[in-house]
Design a protein around this ligand. Structure first.
Ligand SMILES: Nc1ncnc2c1ncn2[C@@H]1O[C@H](COP(=O)(O)OP(=O)(O)OP(=O)(O)O)[C@@H](O)[C@H]1O
Ligand SMILES: [Mg+2]
Length: 504
């Protein structure tokens, strides 16, 4: 099925999200859709999926103009989309989620979908380790991503749209996804892959389309472009700055002690996690998602009830079993899935930015005061649009992530827990958020940084600990860490490093 988007234009108030955009989608081909945060990528694809209506322009399928006024209409035409923000129902099981909307599921089936094998067939194929009868709330984000993909595969769609599917996947998970993407295209579908990761582009896209500030600025064959040239096209400038690593201080004082922590949440469990972080130290946590990362982060930040252990910051116990959760200005928290976990979507950017300071505000503060404070943060973190009164929900995925960073990295927290802090950010924005995070480390904060990106961990963390099944499988100084060693810990093996050849 050949799809043409022609002259698509979409305005939100003063913002021109799509400005006269053309894009062709061809059967059997993967197009990577690139561009900075807020460039208009998600908007364009939401229009194709019938989730938004264009103000002008036309969609043609095999030459015939079509009207796509709802996702249901899009699905009927054979168009499937995985959204940037998850659309699974957390309280239902994986199987139930897949059965929802599956064409083999009769309307009367209710919750008895257990016996139905068809909805989970694709999932078994791409992620056999995911247990279909587990509620989705128990899955890690990487696993949710794969369930979302299975949901779209179930549609047998002629056009498959994936909005930043690899943003929280580990390298191994990404490779598995690339293989599926190539397979979908080989089966004759047209695929759109929205991403900020250049490795995604070169792994599976035949063509790249680059958007900048609402306009389509280039469409080219992947084989005709280098990674550097692509970066220049995306940012529209010659150079992109990257963050500088934080020097390690030799005699730094201990700052945070995560002492023998055990906790259980809906997302999983951790047991006996013991980590000490010095002032100015960046401790990276690596591991396949779903091995306790979220529980660890929630427990340290005070959002989970501890079964055992303590969190001690500057000698003071902040978390303890059965303790009433204290006000936590000492700890900053950038959680995963910010739209669900860290913002009030219907409130303004200004209010979201001051949520943590509510107690300190003089009572009867004037909203214009929030606006002035917010403007300063908006500029510092380059949040777009710059209007403090815009609702958080109207921000693009990357700008929402910047909003949470702008709030949490204000003030002078002693300990920062950062989960995938650059998830969904373009290169420039990622560098800026890293710089803001690292500035706290330089000032002496302890940083607990959870990431799926081994390259970044090896570049910026001082030490890397690996979580496996809720326990620390190993911990290494970054200078001594090898990918092979870390990879072995991630799957629960210990290898004898001394016996390994030096190049490993
Ligand atoms: N529902 C909405 N209401 C108001 N403005 C919106 C809405 N949806 C998107 N926008 C605005 O349209 C512009 C394009 O947003 P879009 O989500 O398409 O960006 P994107 O390219 O997907 O960015 P990202 O990489 O951050 O996901 C942004 O300025 C955004 O704030
Ligand atoms: Mg987007």
């Amino acid at each position: 099925m050949h799809v043409s988007l022609a002259g698509i234009t979409k305005r939100y108030g003063a913002i021109l999200a799509n400005d006269d955009v053309d894009l062709d989608l061809v059967p059997g081909e993967v197009v990577a859709l690139l561009g900075e945060n807020g460039a208009g990528k998600s908007t364009l694809m939401k229009i194709l999926f019938g989730f938004q209506q264009a103000d002008a322009g036309e969609i043609r399928i095999d030459g015939r103009p079509v009207v796509i006024d709802s996702p249901r209409a899009a699905a009927a035409l054979g168009i499937g989309m995985v959204f940037q923000q998850f659309s699974l129902v957390p309280a239902l099981t994986v199987r139930e989620n897949l059965a929802l909307g599956h064409r083999c599921t009769p309307w009367w089936i209710g919750r008895g979908a257990r016996s139905f094998a068809a909805p989970v067939a694709h999932l078994r194929d791409i992620a056999p380790e995911i247990e279909p009868d587990l509620p989705v709330s128990r899955l890690a984000v990487g696993e949710m991503q794969l369930v979302e993909l299975a949901k779209v595969l179930n549609l047998d769609a002629g056009v498959v749209i994936l909005d930043e599917p690899t943003s929280v996947l580990t390298p191994a998970e990404s490779e598995r996804l690339w293989e599926q993407v190539r397979r979908i295209a080989a089966g004759g579908a047209a695929v759109v892959l929205i991403t900020h990761k250049l490795e995604d582009v070169f792994a599976c896209a035949q063509r790249v389309a680059v958007m900048r500030r609402g306009r389509m600025v280039a469409t080219l064959d992947t084989s005709s472009v280098t990674p550097d040239a692509l970066v220049r096209l995306i940012v529209g400038a010659e150079t992109v700055t990257t963050a500088q690593p934080v020097e390690r201080t030799a005699d730094a004082l201990p700052r945070a002690w995560i002492k023998n922590l055990s906790a259980t949440t809906a997302a999983g469990a951790i047991a006996g996690v013991d980590l000490r972080i010095a002032a100015g130290e960046i401790l990276g946590i690596a591991g396949v998602s779903g091995n306790g990362q979220q529980t660890l982060a929630d427990a340290v930040a005070g959002l989970a009830i501890l079964l055992a252990g303590e969190v001690i910051v500057d000698g003071e116990t902040l978390q303890a079993p059965r303790a009433e959760m204290p006000a936590q200005s000492a700890v900053a928290y950038l959680p995963e899935q910010p739209l669900r976990n860290a913002v009030a979507p219907d409130l303004s950017v200004a209010v979201n930015l001051m949520l943590k300071r509510i107690r300190d505000l003089p009572w009867r503060s004037h909203p214009s005061q929030f606006d002035a404070d917010a403007r300063e943060r908006i500029t510092a973190f380059d949040i777009r649009p710059t209007d403090p009164r815009a609702t958080a929900a109207s921000l693009s995925g990357g700008n929402l992530q910047k909003l949470v960073a702008a709030r949490e990295l204000a003030g002078a927290p002693a300990l920062i827990v950062a989960c995938y802090p650059t998830m969904g950010l373009d290169l420039g924005a990622a560098a800026a958020v890293y710089e803001a995070l690292f500035a706290h480390a330089r000032r002496g904060a302890a940083v607990l940084w959870i990431s799926e990106d081994l390259d970044d961990l090896l570049r910026y963390a001082h030490r890397i600990a690996v979580l496996h099944r809720g326990r620390i499988a190993g911990i290494a100084d970054t200078a001594q860490a090898t990918r092979r060693q870390l990879g072995a810990w991630m799957v629960g093996h210990s290898i004898d490093v001394a016996a390994e050849p030096a190049h490993a």
